[in-house]
Write a protein that binds this ligand. Structure first.
Ligand SMILES: Nc1ncnc2c1ncn2[C@@H]1O[C@H](COP(=O)(O)OP(=O)(O)O)[C@@H](O)[C@H]1O
Ligand SMILES: [Mg+2]
Length: 324
């Protein structure tokens, strides 16, 4: 867990790059830091591994104030990936990836196996790529190496500063997908800086939106789209994305597929759910209660419809095949 408490960073007397910022990144979460250029994202990130000292405030990792930690030691436990990855050109991929494990004194067989496993994990055949040099790889491949190099020493925390922004759109989307899958498997705590809203919403457990050194909102992608806290946030997210998410929500509500309630019908003891419930919630309740149908209610709890398992399945099948 990473905690910022009232952290401020001034460059000289005039520039307040980060202004009294407080937030927590939970263990195992992927948090994206997003905001316009110059809003303090990189500064915020570099204070976590002490590449930049704080002016005031406290940053702690798992409850320990990092100002008391040795910077070199600290960095061995924090992976770091940047845009132009800076693989060492005169070293092979294997040598690049095993730098930190070697520094940590791992045995040769152990880090060699680690390199193989990591290359496999990002779809690069170790027998082919281990002995290659960085410049023999494409941009997307080099960036994959950058990511696995940051993972090699098994650090609990990884910092990524616009790691995919120099890539073409296809490699970029691929790497985003890979990172999401990776994150599901390895449960690292990841802080990911980006200025691309689609990227931020796609990969994040939580998004932190910054403007001019201050935090505007910390929220899950879903909440951000549903409840942007102010005009800056909604305009930064963009009206189009917000409308799209409203459409998607409407499309996926219980109300849209239920059979309207018939008055005079006897009340039953079926489980009930609000008309605003998502289809996922409907499915969850049906499964949990092993029930073939549900009563759908309005906000006051009055029945407004009934929903059968079949209707749900049909709807989901339609959605899956793009029929809706
Ligand atoms: N080394 C520095 N010296 C002086 N000002 C800096 C330095 N690094 C960054 N800044 C200023 O601090 C602010 C935040 O920069 P930065 O954290 O790099 O923003 P971002 O990563 O969001 O683009 C900007 O106004 C930038 O010009
Ligand atoms: Mg930056």
């Amino acid at each position: 867990m990473i905690t910022f408490e009232n952290v401020t960073k001034k460059y000289g007397d005039d520039t307040v790059a980060v202004d009294d910022v407080s937030f927590t990144v939970k263990k195992g979460n992927l948090v994206t830091l997003i905001g316009p250029s110059g809003c303090g994202k990189t500064t915020t990130m570099k204070m976590i591994n002490k590449l930049i000292p704080v002016t005031s405030g406290t940053i702690s990792i798992d409850g320990k104030d990092i100002s008391r930690e040795n910077a070199v030691e600290l960095r061995r436990n924090i992976g770091y990936v940047i845009q132009r990855i800076g693989l060492l050109p005169h070293m092979t991929i294997e040598e690049n990836v095993s730098l930190v494990p070697k520094l940590k004194g791992w045995k040769k067989e152990v880090y060699q196996k680690k390199v193989d496993d990591l290359l496999d994990m990002v779809g690069l055949d170790p027998s082919i790529y281990k002995k290659k040099y960085p410049l023999e790889l494409s941009g997307g491949q080099q960036q994959r190496i950058g990511v696995i190099r940051a993972l090699a020493g098994e650090p609990p925390i990884i910092l990524m500063d616009e790691p995919f922004s120099a890539l073409d759109p296809i490699s970029r989307e691929q790497l985003q997908d890979e990172l999401k899958i990776l994150q599901k498997n390895i449960h690292k705590t990841i802080v990911f800086v980006t200025h691309d809203m689609d990227e931020a919403l796609k990969i994040a457990d939580e998004v932190i939106i910054m403007k001019a050194g201050s935090i505007q909102q910390v929220a899950t992608p879903k909440t951000l789209l549903e409840k942007p806290i102010n005009d800056f946030v909604s305009s930064f997210i963009g009206e189009e994305r917000i409308q799209q998410s409203i459409q998607n929500r409407k499309l996926h509500r219980a109300e849209t597929i239920m059979t309207p309630w018939k008055e005079g019908r006897e009340e039953s003891d079926l489980p009930s759910l609000s008309q605003d419930a998502s289809l996922q919630e409907v499915a969850r309740v049906m499964l949990a209660q092993n029930s073939e149908s549900l009563i759908i209610t309005d906000n006051s709890g009055k029945p407004v419809g009934r929903l059968q398992k079949n209707q749900l399945l049909q709807e989901l099948a339609g959605v899956e095949t793009g029929g809706k």
